[in-house]
Write a protein that binds this ligand. Sequence first.
Ligand SMILES: Nc1ncnc2c1ncn2[C@@H]1O[C@H](COP(=O)(O)OP(=O)(O)OP(=O)(O)O)[C@@H](O)[C@H]1O
Length: 474
Amino acid sequence: MTEVAGTDVARVVIVDDDRAIRWVLERALAQPDLEVECIARADTSLTRLIEDPPDVLVTDIRMPGIDGLGLMARLRQAHPDLPVIVMTAHSDLDSAVASYQGGAFEYLPKPFDVDEALALVRRAVAHARERRRPITVPEGLNTEIIGEAPAMQEVFRAIGRLSHSHITVLINGESGTGKERVAQALHQHSPRAGKPFIALNMAAIPRDLIESELFGHEKGAFTGATAQRQGRFEQANGGTLFLDEIGDMPAETQTRLLRVLADGEFYRVGGHISVKVDVRIIAATHQNLETLVNEGRFREDLFHRLNVIRIHLPKLAERREDIPRLTRHFLAEAATELSTEVKVLTADAEAHLTRLPWPGNVRQLENTCRWLTVMASGREVLVEDLPPELRASNHSEGVQGDWRNAFREWADHALAEGHTHLLEEAVPDFERILIETALKHTGGRKGEAAELLGWGRNTLTRKLKTLLPALADE
Ligand SMILES: Nc1ncnc2c1ncn2[C@@H]1O[C@H](COP(=O)(O)OP(=O)(O)OP(=O)(O)O)[C@@H](O)[C@H]1O
């Protein structure tokens, strides 16, 4: 870095063939402690950059001549500590992972916020320079994960950062949000990629079979054990074991799992010789494990062992911007599966799908696309072609759908927790919310509020006394 009047000035080089991006970044980075140079293409400046490297390089991926990853590779060969920020308009998992594997300091999906870009450059300047050993991702093992939403970009970053690691990961997210897919991606972009990826869903196996499923059994270990059988741990040796719905793991199995994680060895059910394994664990759950720990339903020590790195997958309704691309992807996939032409959504139908609440998340959207591929009559899918339960909702009902689903979830949860007399619990809340909202709309005028609610004035007065006594006498 150059010393200028007592301050360190860092030299930042921006490489992008898009003039608008160069313009925006040059302005964003016009700071006293930064000296910015913009370059439109990498090939003509390569020799100069190698001879006189900047402190930070910010580069686009797709460019004519040498692309961003090529540029990064050439520069980092000569200057392994040079932090590189890779920008890309094609924000997909592969470019994120490729950037990290090429040794990028950070990955910046376009469009970005200028403050975010500046903060990142500052971080690159200030941070210790990282060195990363490049590893290659085996061909044909690309797990496509679609996600341009910021929360998905976080997930891609995590996958990229973890791509050299064997560390245990805990994935949180509702059912159908893509937890298994992310687990596969973590495996495929890890040093274990050539080894097996074995998935096991705790909620799907009868409890008394879980141990033998995980650890295998010896011949005669229990009725029906007619031959020795390898468990999932053995099958996953050298690779990754994905334990889905870990919150449903029975207590005894939790204890055994903890021991395997600590010792790296276990006994088959009915066995006396220990089996050594090297397995990376990725666990997933839609439940809140901390709550399960507090309720004594999940071992705290196991929780801490699993909770080393946590990845959160947002609900589909929290990443609506991804719905159009996901839909196109699933329609194309369904068409291939069913050997038929690819359906195309009209703009209205796409907008409609984008507004729905999707309680079943990505899996529900995927199933809807299969349904459409079979059921829609023409190549173009209109709103009328959507399945009846999705068609019924129009825009304002999109919001209504959200509360109905939240309400459904509440009821489900309350029942699961053993509540009874749900109506007694729910109806007063329901009425209270309606009264409060109506009063808000009428500026507190009760007569008008009663009318909005469809009650007589006396009914409202009576309800206020029991439900909202503070407002009753005003
Ligand atoms: N971002 C994504 N891009 C493309 N496909 C996706 C994405 N997320 C999920 N999918 C697909 O959606 C389906 C459901 O995903 P997945 O099985 O990974 O969800 P899950 O969270 O593990 O569900 P569960 O908890 O019910 O097992 C799968 O077919 C998966 O391939």
